[in-house]
Design a protein around this ligand. Structure first.
Ligand code: BTN
Length: 267
């Protein structure tokens, strides 16, 4: 059942209402839900407007990319999904959301957060290794006339309890990186304000600035050795930036191949 959001969410969202525009309005808050993406897709199907946001303290069926589950214990992470209807922003939604989350998390924590293609927010852990702090899952609903709406969901690890012990060498949390917990309301408000700002850039046709900012925030997308398992088999090469359609470009054997889906391993 929909509930009143925690006071720290409401006050932080009110304080940055002018920067968020429609993003975060209305806000549906749940103490526990299956998946905020499922609820946002359901609300969008029922006609919810652009910017409708679903947040939960815990998810029992949180989803990640490639059919993986997203561990979502109560109060350990931020679990949020936003309804997007504007066809001008949907094609590059994951990329713009990556920029927005990196900047929102940087503003709220001062941590040097980076993007790892396509949807991970990571932090350097020494010797070129990176640990994941957050992930993005974009899902779209397509009808006869193409994409009708999309939902962009993000999960941010606030505390070490947010991820299962078997990924402890690949994941981290804001509290572990900072040595103290932070105000989740301020983090949510910053991320929604940045999402609004970067969606506005796409809306105004400024794809170039989004791609340039994404590239600056994603050092591993240029000059890193990777192995990709996609629909056409395995590809090994060196990353060569992101294409205007959001594909990761991989240089292999004298040519550059676009990688649009599948698993990418940084070697
Ligand atoms: C990934 O890294 O694979 C993406 C993880 C996305 C998780 C978030 S949590 C809020 C929203 N609801 C879901 O079920 N998934 C996304």
């Amino acid at each position: 059942m929909r509930e009143a959001p925690p006071a720290e969410f409401s006050s932080a969202l009110i304080a940055c209402a002018h920067r968020r525009r429609s993003i975060g309005d209305p806000l549906y808050y749940f103490t526990e839900i299956g998946s905020t993406n499922d609820e946002a897709l359901r609300l969008a199907e029922a006609g919810a407007p652009e910017g409708t946001t679903v947040a939960a303290a815990a998810q029992t069926a949180g989803r990640g990319r490639l059919g993986r589950s997203w561990h979502s214990p109560a109060g350990a992470g931020l679990y949020v999904s936003v309804v997007i209807r504007d066809p001008r922003v949907i094609p590059l939604l994951t990329l713009a959301a990556g920029v927005a989350l990196a900047e929102g998390m940087r503003a709220a924590t001062s941590l040097p957060i980076e993007i790892k293609w396509p949807n991970d927010l990571v932090i350097e852990a020494g010797l070129g290794r990176r640990r994941k702090l957050a992930g993005i899952l974009t899902e779209a609903s397509t009808g006869r006339e193409g994409v009708q709406f999309a939902v962009v969901g993000f999960g941010i690890n606030l505390l070490p309890a947010a991820y299962p012990p078997d990924v402890v060498d690949r994941a981290t949390s804001i509290a572990a990186e900072l040595g103290r917990p932070i105000d989740a309301g301020a983090l949510l408000a910053e991320c929604l304000a940045m999402l609004s700002e970067w969606l506005e850039a796409l809306r105004s046709g400024d794809v170039r600035t989004v791609l340039e900012r994404w590239t600056m925030l994603s050092p591993s997308a240029t000059g890193s050795r990777v192995e990709c398992d996609g629909p056409e088999g395995r590809l090994t090469g060196v990353t060569a930036g992101v294409a205007p359609d959001g594909a990761l470009q991989v240089r292999t054997g004298g040519r550059v191949e676009p990688v649009r889906s599948g698993v990418v391993r940084w070697l």
